[in-house]
Design a protein around this ligand. Structure first.
Ligand code: CO
Length: 213
């Protein structure tokens, strides 16, 4: 038997179930996609974007990488954001991290894993930026949790500072950028209460950061 036969079988029964509830589901989808949301999340297999927000194919545009990092020179991520904003006209971008993220943990622990260390360097920068705040937390798990949250917030700001979002806001296109975090332990999403919708919001965000430091 083909080693992946079970996956192909599962796909067949999934497609049949979808067709039985909505006969024209795939036909409609084949003609166009019009998702309202772009999801930028971690590659972790325990954080499947569509499933945890209960959205069907066609409803969520997705980009995932290790530790949900948005880097200004990453043409993969930037291309996804540009396509989502300019072509698909998504209204919301959700950066979603998760507690217990292995990528964030590796950055915090200074483990040497290989090529990925260069990628995780970006999270080390977040750690350095908030080192004082994080070092005040006594519990090690809580330190990691906080860095996971701060990483999301920093990546939200990175999304907003891309030329793509800056241009969109300048021409008056409504795109809200949100920061969420997911708990693998209870399956629940938490809103980190960062929602940036225009350049002024970024200024306010930086201002609040300056006054809390
Ligand atoms: Co992760």
């Amino acid at each position: 038997m083909h080693p992946l036969q079970n996956l192909l079988e599962k796909n067949k029964s999934w497609a049949a179930t979808m067709r039985s509830t909505q006969p024209d589901f795939f036909l409609k989808l084949s003609l166009q996609q019009s998702p309202e949301y772009l999801w930028i999340g971690c590659s972790d297999s325990r954080v499947p974007a569509n499933e945890i927000v209960g959205l069907l194919p066609g409803e969520l545009f997705v980009h995932r990488n290790v530790a949900n990092v948005v880097v200004h020179t990453d043409f993969n991520c930037l291309s996804v954001i540009e396509y989502a904003v300019e072509r698909l006209q998504v209204k919301h971008i959700i950066v979603c991290g998760h507690y217990g993220c292995g990528g964030v943990q590796a950055a915090l622990k200074d483990n040497q894993l290989g090529l990925i260390d260069n990628w995780l360097r970006h999270i080390k920068e977040v750690w350095k930026k908030y080192e004082k705040e994080i070092s005040l937390i006594e519990d090690e798990h809580r330190q990691l949790d906080r860095l996971c949250e701060l990483n999301v917030i920093e990546q939200v700001v990175n999304v907003c500072n891309t030329t793509i979002i800056q241009k969109a806001w300048k021409r008056g296109q409504q795109v809200d950028v949100h920061g969420w975090i997911y708990s693998i332990q209870d399956g629940q999403l938490r809103d980190l209460n960062v929602q940036l919708s225009n350049s002024k919001d970024i200024e306010t965000f930086y201002e609040a950061e300056r006054t809390t430091k």
